[in-house]
Design a protein around this ligand. Structure first.
Ligand code: NDP
Length: 300
């Protein structure tokens, strides 16, 4: 079998089109321009690239982008004061702080300052709790992107056996909660799981969110399964020149594609969906803040 390659880049473009349409309607009919505030602390080059991309895509869909760059030695109180200001600003519908932050700051403490309804990264414990109890939440962007790709690929997920490898608060746990909400039978596997290969072989839907390059090979996969590879790993690529790297996922793509019915590539699979879902969450937050109907197809 040769798997269908799930084109996350193309799907993310369709999500951005839907977001842009909603933004236009919000502006024209309701005179509301959704706004996303991104806080960057310190000078991590990778984070600067992410923040730049987020800002560019936010503007491209017609929303307002507010960027705040804070020095690496900013105090906890100064960060909290900025977040309090953004919480109170009606023009700001979504707030995210780019992680990682310098060591003297605590990520969980920062997230806890953000109003849950403006927490477009879906990391606040209130949003985690709402999701876990099956209520309307802000859902973290990467799991939301995975869910959209799976629904697009499979239609109904009801009754499918889903295995999520990885139990982080950012990806594994919220995705498992979303799949459960869509009536999958969900197993969460992690570093202590026994016979993990056998567990994975039972999955109609297999999600890898581990951070171990190409750990999951074709012989772990049930024939015909849909495989979502969240992993982003940089490995040495001497064939490209000295010191060069290439990106691979947590799944060994070539062997997995022989067995699966569909699979996301790395790069070009889940990655592009993450920013698209951040934009989707910001529109959703703007609608909720103004008591308007949520955009169809952009929420969980
Ligand atoms: P974390 O490091 O927070 O979590 C990794 C999880 O994998 C843990 O639950 C860990 O188990 C589990 N794990 C580690 N080793 C093994 C193993 N040998 N067998 C089984 N399970 C194992 O990572 P994240 O969830 O934040 O990210 C996962 C991957 O997804 C990374 O590669 C990251 O770069 C990528 N990512 C991609 C995004 C995107 O936009 N595409 C967004 C976010 C992340 P335990 O809990 O037992 O330690």
């Amino acid at each position: 079998m040769s798997a269908t390659i799930i084109d996350g880049k193309a799907f993310a473009a369709t999500v951005r089109v839907k977001v842009a349409e909603h933004v236009t309607r919000l502006k024209e009919v309701h005179k509301i321009t959704p706004g996303l505030a991104v806080v960057l602390i310190g000078e991590d080059p990778a984070s600067e690239v992410y923040v730049r991309n987020k800002g560019r895509q936010t503007k491209e869909v017609g929303m307002n982008s507010y960027e705040y760059k804070l020095a690496a030695d900013v105090t906890r109180d100064e960060v909290f004061a900025l977040i309090a200001k953004l919480n109170a600003d009606p023009a700001v519908h979504g707030i995210l702080c780019q992680f990682p932050v310098p060591d003297h700051l605590n990520e969980a403490e920062i997230v806890a300052q953000i109003l849950p309804e403006k927490d477009v990264d879906g990391l606040h414990v209130v949003n985690a709790g709402l999701l876990a109890s099956g209520q309307r939440a802000m859902v973290s962007c990467t799991p939301l992107g995975c869910l959209m790709l799976l629904r697009d690929q499979l239609g109904s997920l009801s009754g499918k056996s889903a295995v999520v490898v990885g139990r982080s608060n950012l990806v594994g746990k919220p995705l498992a909660a979303l799949l459960l909400r869509d009536s999958c039978t969900v197993t969460i596997a992690h570093s202590r799981t026994k016979d993990i290969e056998e567990v994975c072989r039972n999955a109609d839907i297999l999600v890898a969110a581990v951070g171990r390059p190409e750990m999951i090979t074709g012989d772990w996969i049930k024939p015909g399964a849909v495989v979502i590879d969240v992993g982003i790993n940089r490995i040495p690529a001497p064939e490209r020149g000295e010191g060069k790297v290439r990106l691979v996922g947590d799944v060994h793509f070539a062997s997995a594609a022989e067995v699966a019915s569909a699979i996301t590539p790395v790069p070009g699979g889940v990655g592009p969906m993450t920013i698209a879902c951040l934009l989707a969450n910001t529109v959703t937050a703007a609608c909720r803040a103004n008591g308007l109907m949520e955009p169809d197809g952009l929420t969980a």
